[in-house]
Design a protein around this ligand. Structure first.
Ligand SMILES: [Mn+2]
Length: 479
């Protein structure tokens, strides 16, 4: 083998939206179908790129149990791969952890599911005497919430112990000793052309704030660091769990494939597969790894911000609507170039300062506008899922903090709350029983109180403070 090429994919989350009521709208149907279509698109990519195998790094399906639909689709999918003679190496994540469905995968001879301890498979799956091969190490989760650093256990694999011992001698010393055991160990190691590690985990990069590790499927799972991964003689770390494609290191290669399909709003942009190629495979020192991203997502989510400035002197709301529609269309034209994309799900933000801000921010205007922008006959189809107004009155907010009057005083108090979220939360809670403001505001903001994350609470507080500031300007400085 001179050249190696394989596909790395992850986090498909089949049946993620199975609980959304289908009769509500056609978007729910599309959300449910799209991961299945992404699989179909992957088969097309395989026919085009002819990878030697596929590695899948966890969360193939969303819920512990495979639905009948998922079984049927996966059966077709794995049979198609088998026809192309493409093995599928699969570690299980926190969603599809080892459990009730393991026997399902046993019926496919080219699907290799890892156990819940570190273990390895080879490519080709059956190595001939004297043949060199690729070694693929992997670890499957066996619970919904794995908290330990699983990478450390990798050190206990015989191959790594052997390698560590060999590395502690130099080659000449080893030859002098001429022990047959050591000679055999060297021969064993020399047969491995390339090593791949499959892992479903949150990998923290040295020097990178963990707050920036976004698009995880909610949980920080089996946290480890890129330094941990670099301790092992693995050439390509195939990672899953974080839904955004990201290359953490090039030597060794440490790569998140990202999800194959957006699993919620905020997972924006194209999603797909990574084609990995290794040149000069026969000579360890000269090996070169390249990765290429291929979009496969039939449904993509985007955040679009439309800005209004006070210079735009509109006579009425109709003119505002025309202007915003125009800006929206320009923004849409600038996004997905992915030919597989048939649906765009948009979260829209109207930002800026404008004298008509109150009317534009009204529920009535926003829902009307939202409806007008959704277009299910366009290509790709457009669903505006959510619309938010961050519009503010025309007022110098930066200067307000420095003013000596009561307005300045109130602004400084609000700023203090902005800097101290804990204090802010406690004040809100104490107000809750007196007035009902918090509850109502929260209901509108979160919709589902169980889904709130730390970031969401932060955004909620920001939005509440902004609303307070706008109100105070209205009261104290009416135009
Ligand atoms: Mn996960």
């Amino acid at each position: 083998m001179q050249r190696l090429s394989f596909i790395h994919i992850s986090d498909l989350h089949l049946d993620n939206f199975s609980s959304v009521k289908k009769e509500e709208n056609s978007l729910a149907v599309r959300l449910h179908e799209s991961p299945y279509e992404a699989l179909q698109n992957l088969l097309i990519l395989c026919e085009k790129c002819k990878p030697q195998f596929i590695v899948f790094t966890g969360d193939l399906y969303q819920h512990g149990i495979l639905s009948l639909k998922a079984r049927l689709y996966l059966t077709k999918f794995f049979n198609s791969l088998a026809e192309q003679n493409i093995p599928f190496y699969y570690v299980k994540g926190n969603h599809d952890h080892i459990g009730q469905n393991d026997t399902f995968f046993e019926q496919f001879p080219l699907v290799f599911v890892y156990k819940d301890t570190w273990s390895s498979f080879t490519f080709p799956p059956h190595v001939q005497e004297g043949e060199k091969y690729i070694k693929l190490y992997g670890y499957s989760h066996n619970t919904r919430k794995e908290n330990k650093n699983i990478v450390h256990d990798l050190a206990l694999l015989p191959s790594f112990i052997r390698k560590n011992i060999l590395n502690s001698f130099n080659q000449e010393e080893l030859t002098l000793q001429n022990s047959s055991i050591i000679q055999e160990a060297i021969e064993q190691e020399n047969k491995i052309l390339f090593s791949i590690g499959l892992l479903h985990a949150t990998v923290k990069q040295k020097g990178v704030d963990s707050e920036k590790v976004k698009n995880t499927d909610k949980h920080i799972m089996s946290l480890c660091s890129d330094e941990d991964l670099k301790k092992f003689p693995i050439d390509y770390w195939a990672l899953g769990h974080i839904h955004e494609h990201n290359i953490l290191s090039q030597k060794p290669y440490i790569c998140y494939a990202g999800a194959m399909q957006a699993t919620r709003m905020g997972e924006t942009g194209e999603k797909g597969a990574i084609l990995v190629t290794v040149e000069n495979l026969d000579e360890k020192e000269k090996q070169e790894i390249h990765t290429q991203f291929y979009a496969l997502s039939p449904l993509e989510s985007y955040d679009i911000v439309l800005k209004l400035s006070e210079e735009e002197s509109f006579m009425d709301l109709n003119e505002v609507q025309d202007f915003l529609t125009q800006s929206f269309q320009t923004a849409i034209a600038g996004i997905s170039k992915n030919p597989y994309c048939v649906d765009l799900v948009i979260r829209l933000i109207i930002d800026g300062q404008h004298p008509l801000y109150e009317k534009i921010s009204s529920e009535e205007f926003l829902s009307d506008f939202c409806e007008q922008l959704s277009n299910t006959t366009a290509q790709p189809r457009i669903f505006v899922k959510k619309i938010v107004s961050w519009l503010r009155p025309c007022f110098d907010f930066a200067l307000a903090y420095k003013r000596e009057d009561i307005l300045g005083e109130v602004f400084r108090v609000l700023e203090q709350l902005r800097q101290d979220p804990v204090l802010f939360e406690s004040i809100l809670t104490s107000l809750e029983s007196e007035f009902k403001i918090k509850k109502e505001y929260e209901l509108g903001f979160f919709q589902n109180s169980e889904m709130r994350s730390e970031n969401q609470i932060k955004r909620y507080q920001q939005s509440l403070l902004r609303a307070c500031e706008n109100k105070i300007v209205n009261i104290l400085e009416p135009k």
